[in-house]
Design a protein around this ligand. Structure first.
Ligand code: AMP
Ligand code: ZN
Length: 121
């Protein structure tokens, strides 16, 4: 990691990125890390996280918007590699308590591999 100070020592996803907590890696580059969700909600359930501690979508601004754009390029690549692009998939980011965000480190869920219910909530 180029800048350890940009991690939060108490954050589970920062610990995963640093390798202090094991994970099943799907993809990694200098900006982001992707791994399989420990409690999958669909046949394919992958989390994509930035390699910097951003709390949620609420902290996205002009300083990190290029990083977030890159994460979506990575999301599309992972979906292709996982064979999800034909059937489709869902990308979700829970933000804050009403959305039941449980890990306060920005992450995008990639969910696919089955027909989902039409409702969003
Ligand atoms: P959210 O509720 O949107 O904040 O999503 C957090 C996700 O992180 C949940 O789907 C959890 O199952 C997942 N999760 C928590 N701890 C781990 C872990 N150690 N490895 C993989 N996924 C995890
Ligand atoms: Zn973190």
């Amino acid at each position: 990691m180029s800048d350890v100070l940009r991690f939060d020592d108490n954050c589970v996803f920062c610990k995963i990125i640093k390798g202090d907590i094991p994970s099943t890696k799907v993809y990694e580059d200098n900006l982001c890390y992707a791994f399989r969700d420990i409690n999958p909600q669909a046949p394919t359930h992958i989390l994509v996280v930035p390699k910097v501690h951003i709390t949620s979508v609420a902290e996205v601004d002009r300083h990190n918007e290029a990083l977030v754009g890159h994460m979506f390029t990575v999301i599309a690549k992972i979906a292709r590699d996982e064979g999800l692009d034909e059937g489709g998939y869902r990308v979700i980011s829970n933000c804050g308590p009403d959305a039941c965000q449980s890990v306060p480190h920005l992450h995008f869920h990639i969910l696919g591999g089955k027909k989902m219910r039409e409702g969003m909530v």
